[in-house]
Design a protein. Sequence first.
Length: 84
Amino acid sequence: MSNSAKEVRFDDCTMWVELSDGRTLGVPLAWFPRLLQATPVQRAACDVARYGLHWESIDEDISIEGLLAGRGNTSNRSRRLGEI
């Protein structure tokens, strides 16, 4: 069974993602610098799709699989690992 997001909401420090199986994930905004720096209006403009979350105005994409695995922003991961 694959999980998908049903709803996304925020408080001052956390992104809350309600999943189709009834669980709710609380994820620190510090894991996603673009979301942390975004305005409340930008955060609210989330496109909820089957496999992830997308914010057009801040160019942010987050997979549900990544959230369930406990992964934050990995956009600079290859640089940190010296793979480029």
